[in-house]
Design a protein around this ligand. Structure first.
Ligand SMILES: Nc1nc2c(c(=O)[nH]1)N[C@H]1C(S)=C(S)[C@@H](COP(=O)(O)O)O[C@H]1N2
Ligand SMILES: [Mo]
Length: 198
């Protein structure tokens, strides 16, 4: 696996690279299945479950404050990419548009193409989590989740749903696609929460 494209972290970077990870300079694409076609004019984002049902268009999203942010990206298949520069909408700002039942404790992220991944409310509603629509100053390429993806920097990147189009609020934890297939419920890279133990 180590070779031209992967390297061990230098000493000065090592405090940023979680255990068992290697650095990549490129930006690998990691998708289960095909890239779904998504067009911005028809793009819709839905909220349901333990929240007042609502549907948002692309312009509803883009009207929220836009921010640039830089984050490290850690894939459970052991590559990490440092300092990815994104542009997006804060999850905390989006939460101001919706009415969530106080009983909601978990969220299922839903995507065009059918991918799902679960996350707790605490891990989801954090200042550093974004709905991103640009990377390195360019519109997010389709294979990286364009037009819009979630970015959750503090968890393994399978929680950063590409082509995200919905949030289902839940009062108990349900498992998403990889979580049903043996991956960890939470996926915190510093604790190497790679696989489920049950
Ligand atoms: N919809 C969707 N989102 C997804 C995935 C996927 O297969 N489908 N793969 C996940 C995984 S395992 C990783 S590592 C990152 C990869 O993002 P990238 O392809 O932009 O590098 O997206 C995550 N989000
Ligand atoms: Mo991944």
């Amino acid at each position: 696996m180590l070779g031209k494209f992967f390297r061990k972290p230098q000493e000065e970077e090592s405090d940023r690279v979680p255990p068992g990870q290697y650095l990549t300079k490129g930006f690998p694409v990691l998708t289960y299945g095909a890239t779904p076609p998504v067009n911005i004019e028809e793009w819709e984002f839905r909220v349901w479950g333990l929240a007042k049902p609502a549907t948002f268009t692309w312009s509803d999203f883009i009207a929220l404050p836009q921010h640039e942010f830089t984050a490290d990206f850690h894939c459970v298949t052991r590559w990490s990419k440092l300092d990815v520069k994104w542009t997006g909408i804060k999850v905390t700002d989006f939460m101001g548009l919706i009415e969530v039942d106080p009983e909601a404790a978990h969220v299922m992220e839903h995507c065009y193409g059918g991918y799902t991944t679960n996350i707790s409310i605490e891990d989801f509603v954090r200042e550093e989590n974004f709905f991103a629509f640009k990377v390195f100053g360019e519109p997010l390429p389709a294979e990286h989740g364009g037009p819009m993806r979630l970015v959750v920097p503090h968890l393994y990147a399978w929680k950063s749903a590409k082509w995200i189009n919905g949030l289902e609020f839940l009062n108990r934890e349900e498992l998403g696609f990889w979580e049903r297939n043996g991956y960890h419920r939470r996926g915190e890279p510093w604790a190497e929460e790679r696989y489920s133990s049950i």
